[in-house]
Write a new protein. Sequence first.
Length: 197
Amino acid sequence: MNHKYLPLFAFIFSIVIVSCSPQASEENKKVDATPVEESHETLVKRGEYLVGIMGCNDCHSPKTMGEKGPEIIPELMLSGYPALRPLVDFDSKLIKEGFGMFYPDLTATAGPWGISFAANITPDETGIGNWTEEQFKIALKEGKAKGLKGGRTLLPPMPWTNYTQIKDEDIHAIFVYLKSIPPVSNLVPAPIAPQQS
């Protein structure tokens, strides 16, 4: 072996030894275990998926009757009960007996609690456009109207009690998705108390 290459050979050998040591492989494991931050596009897709499987469109999206039943009106998706729509006259006798009734497209419901209207959850200011993610989290996990700690409890049929254990990363993905959809200006009516319905 040529002696002028000996220092280079020693240097390469020391790198191989260090990289094969248990300490180096433990450090590599730590780096590999670090979660990769999701891209905006990935978050939007995950949020869209969650909104779909959680059934948010069932009540929050106005619909028309199609060949296979109710179909979402694309330009009104997730905009809640249409504010300009006249109210259906719910049969109050059945409601007083404890029954619940839905408006034909499921955006309004009547029951012993009165009449409730599905909220606009698009990023318009009449929806969740001015909400913080923390407000959104409080609404979903604690069932508080407008995500305000001192607000009234969300009314049926909003299944907020199903979401009390939802993970923060899922809430984040849903919120990012909802902020990415087209805003729809639609100021949903306030709930109507039982004695007024």
